[in-house]
Design a protein around this ligand. Sequence first.
Ligand code: ATP
Ligand code: MG
Length: 611
Amino acid sequence: MSASTDKTPSAAPEHDGDAVKPSNFLRAIIERDLEQGFQPARHFAGSPGDAAHHAAGPLDPARIRTRFPPEPNGYLHIGHAKSICLNFGLARDYGGICHLRFDDTNPEKEEQEYVDAIKEMVAWLGWSWNTPDAGTGSDTVSHLFYASNYFDFMYRAAEYLVTQDLAYVDEQTAEEMRVNRGDFRTPGTNSPFRSRSPQENLTRLREMRDGKHPDGSMVLRAKIDMASPNINMRDPTLYRVRRATHHNTGDQWCIYPMYTFAHPIEDALECITHSFCTLEFEDQRPFYDWLVEHLAAGGLLARPLPHQYEFGRLNLSYVVTSKRKLRQLVEEKHVSGWDDPRMPTLVGMRRRGYTPESIRAMVESTGASKTNSWIEYSVLDGYLRADLEGKAARAMAVVDPVKLKLQNYAEVFGSLEHREACSAPAHPHLPELGQRAFSLGPELWIEREDFMETPPKGYHRLYPGNKVRLKYGYVIECVGAEKNEQGEVTAVLAKLVPDTKSGTPGADAVKVKGVITWVGVHDGIPAELRLYDRLFTEAQPDSGDRNFLDFINPQSKRVVQGFVEPSLAGAQPDQKFQFERHGYFVADRKDHQSHAPVFNKITGLKDSFGK
Ligand code: ATP
Ligand code: MG
């Protein structure tokens, strides 16, 4: 049975967490395979290698082997999280092992910087490519591999195909090759170089390898069928001449394998059982099978052979997830870098404050299906709130501050110097997190929007003559405001109502309809607050022929100076809080310092998307 016969509906995003088990047709495939004892005598020599290498090794203790195979040419994004969680998650669930393999066969675009960042992010998401050593039980067996370490084998495989008359060197120009490939309606035309003898081709291939021919002058192609209805089977290119320094192999090679040739070989050398990839590779599967089958028949690759299965990509609304487009955003400085908190890269999302738990929960809720899915950003935010609600400490912060002056402060407390201690639980349901302490003084910071001189109907906050409660403090009555020459409010004036402190018997004596948050002028900490919104104004900014750059949201970042309560003095970079009434914030992992705090807004308390 091939994966393409599986019909599973597109995974519906679920808002209520794990109430419904997401459908995942890949599980069905693995369970069927395991039930049928799909690979009874599968040997694994403990490291990647050819048929002889594995034949000499023991039976594979892993029931299945999967891999996450990123190309180290950029930073991972939310779409990759799907592939990571599927591959590592399925291996974990079925007694298998997942390899982290850098698909670094393309010399031009790959860098160590990306290798390091990818490793960091896979680990951040909570996965490990190390497994316990059978002998010691400690986490010491690494399953981290580099495809470039297989270049020797790949070249050997290429020579083998040539000797079997299954590959040839083609000297047509790129344009001739394109024209002769035909299209969906027209079969291709055989290259005039297709009928060369294996011996001639071998000589040519060796010359290519030895640097005797300029870049682009010739390629090695598989000899399959130029009339195949599947264009990928019309003699696909296997090797090209390219003088470029590779981050791992340096200048050792001037020919490099194509991805479609390299990838199946990588899987087979690592004894991957289930090679999961995204749907766009479906048409490559016949070549994948052709290649590993021929190389196994020739005794080069170990049997049983890997199989490819395709699943639908994960797309998130209001972002783009293509490395090329993300790179453009960075290089053209639309964002501050790969880790800009608005970027859907994992480094960006981490900096924004998304937790690995929330990303995993969102990805898992989408299961796996045979169609590409679009997930609303608000679904991810739902998982984030569900995660942070139960663990983020609370705090008060004022985002758009205006001063509130308590005119009768000295009368009530005997002196302007008096500080009236107030407290609140760090978390309403986690008493073990303790209490937050802050205090009331004669001047407080409140939100500018909490005062209106002439309020509309239904406004219950401060306006002359109205009473509200200062959260965790006293009831106050508004008496007016001070203004500057332009008529702007520079301070709100109010009077404390004595004996109404929260938590005291008098607290309920005066009924109010509004409660406002505040921070003391004397003990509030000035903080930079970075208020983020979605990066694009359109849900699918890169759909159709549109230029995604036309839909960048000019209001996606707003930086304001606010004040936060004194309990945040010890906030550590990456620490997350719920700022009461405002939403979830995180101390910026790059810029936050105790003497100059910086908090990023992660998301609001409720889903306000599109409202
Ligand atoms: P991009 O198209 O963004 O450049 P890529 O597919 O070229 O991504 P790779 O490094 O080749 O990036 O991807 C590693 C793995 O992640 C591949 O198996 C790929 O299929 C998978 N992957 C990439 N994007 C998504 C996505 N949106 N949803 C699910 N899997 C994805
Ligand atoms: Mg790719």
